[in-house]
Design a protein around this ligand. Structure first.
Ligand SMILES: Cc1cc2nc3c(=O)[nH]c(=O)nc-3n(C[C@H](O)[C@H](O)[C@H](O)COP(=O)(O)OP(=O)(O)OC[C@H]3O[C@@H](n4cnc5c(N)ncnc54)[C@H](O)[C@@H]3O)c2cc1C
Length: 389
């Protein structure tokens, strides 16, 4: 009787300890986002056998562009082709799952041991649980409502010289955006262009001139040094006159787009290509809903190591985080880095759980043994007493 109850008690207590130390979840990690950052995190985690689900709503920041550049080994690869190859390569890892669906909410939950885990819900109401969350949800570009602008976005009108500047080198360049950003754009592009006009669309106000002077006190001289003209007339439309998709030189990798900038006064100016300075915003409301600390419009990861956010168990990678870098190599780097830190964080938790489990089972065994031996001794003593009667 005593032996059966000892085994039973040990079994039940140990089972309880085993199951409650680490939350029992569908996946170890949920990655939200299927851009280069999310794919990179998924690859990293799958290669160390972490059960990882990557959710992808199919809204990629670089979707409009013709091809990616300055991505070593993939210079000139269309983004969709890059993602498709990554998916194919990752699909050989049996712990990697890709789900093409949008996550509409993520809630932190706690298990009986007070350990936090997460429940993500897709737009069709299916729920998935995981121990950790990695947000690779990206940014959106807040493009002004000027007719023709959005249609040409990423196709002759671009935001970063490393992405598309080389393909339009030495062509007449326009700078679009607010006056305070003009000098920054010139510093980034003057090695590629010598014919530059900044179209500031009414933003060359005294207040903005002061703002620019606070950063570049001699800004007028700097613009003059590069022969940059500022045209402050209000823009009513940007018309495409020629498409660089059709007019390109595949030997020199040059694209020849042509645009006409139309002004309110009826006049117009022709340019081949434009760099822009428009603000960005988080694509997803998930960081805000999870309560991650923000640095301006970015998820703050600078105060925490390994792409961690202010919310324990939640990591942020790629464009959405505050690293100050928004490009494909950074997205891949940060996804990889988060993958390593998430894995090791979970391994530490598992190590601690294994240690406490061992201590727990040893203590339980000692207690049960003491009790069992005590019972046996008592019975023996009783029997000796009876024999002596
Ligand atoms: C026009 C253009 C051209 C560019 N060209 C280049 C270039 O040539 N070279 C370069 O290095 N960089 C380039 N960039 C920058 C590059 O696109 C970004 O740095 C990169 O895409 C960031 O990757 P990411 O994974 O952080 O975000 P994204 O690639 O934007 O991916 C975000 C992912 O999150 C998903 N998502 C968001 N919310 C949810 C949700 N709730 N549920 C599920 N999924 C969700 C989206 O569907 C998407 O899969 C370009 C940017 C633009 C705008």
């Amino acid at each position: 009787m005593a032996r059966k109850s000892l085994l039973y008690t040990l079994f039940t207590t140990l089972t309880l300890a085993l199951s409650s130390s680490i939350p029992q979840t569908d996946y170890d990690v949920i990655v939200v986002g299927g851009g280069p950052s999310g794919l990179s995190a998924l690859s990293s985690l799958a290669r160390v056998r972490r059960r990882t689900a990557m959710f992808d709503s199919g809204e990629y920041r670089n979707a409009p562009t013709r091809e990616m550049h300055d991505v070593i080994g993939n210079d000139g690869t269309p983004p969709a082709q890059f993602r498709a190859l990554a998916r194919t390569q990752i699909s050989k890892y049996d712990t990697a799952t890709i789900i093409d669906n949008k996550i509409s909410s993520i809630s932190p939950l706690t298990d009986p041991n007070n350990t936090t885990y997460f429940q993500a819900t897709t737009t069709n109401g299916t729920t998935y649980t995981s121990r950790k969350i990695i947000l690779g949800t990206g940014l959106i570009d807040l493009i002004p409502d000027v007719p023709g602008l959005r249609e040409a976005w990423g196709q002759g009108i671009w935001w970063c010289p490393w992405c598309d500047g080389w393909e339009h080198r030495d062509e007449p360049l326009g700078i679009l955006g607010s006056l305070p950003d003009v000098v920054g754009s010139v510093l980034e592009t003057h090695t590629l262009y010598s014919d530059i006009i900044a179209f500031t669309n009414g933003t060359a106000t005294p207040a903005n001139q002061l703002s620019l002077a606070s950063k570049y006190p001699n800004w007028e001289k700097q613009l003059a040094a590069w022969d940059v003209r500022v045209d402050n007339r209000s823009i009513v439309a940007i018309d495409r006159l020629q498409n660089g998709n059709d007019h390109r030189d595949n030997v020199t990798d040059q694209q020849f787009d042509v645009f006409r900038v139309r002004f309110e006064d009826g006049d117009s100016v022709v340019r081949n290509t434009f760099i822009t300075n428009y603000p960005t915003a988080q694509r997803s409301t998930l960081p805000e809903e999870l309560g991650t600390a923000m640095l301006e419009e970015k998820v703050d990861t600078t105060d925490y190591s390994g792409m961690r956010t202010s919310v324990p168990g939640v990591f942020a990678i790629g464009d959405c985080n505050s690293d100050g870098s928004t490009n494909v190599p950074h997205a891949m780097f940060s996804g990889k880095r988060a993958g390593v830190f998430v894995h090791v964080e979970m391994s530490r938790e598992e190590s601690n759980a294994a240690i406490s489990k061992r201590d727990f089972s040893r203590r339980a065994l000692e207690r049960q043994t003491e009790r069992a031996v005590g019972d046996e001794m008592e019975m023996l003593w009783k029997r000796v007493l009876e024999m002596r009667k």
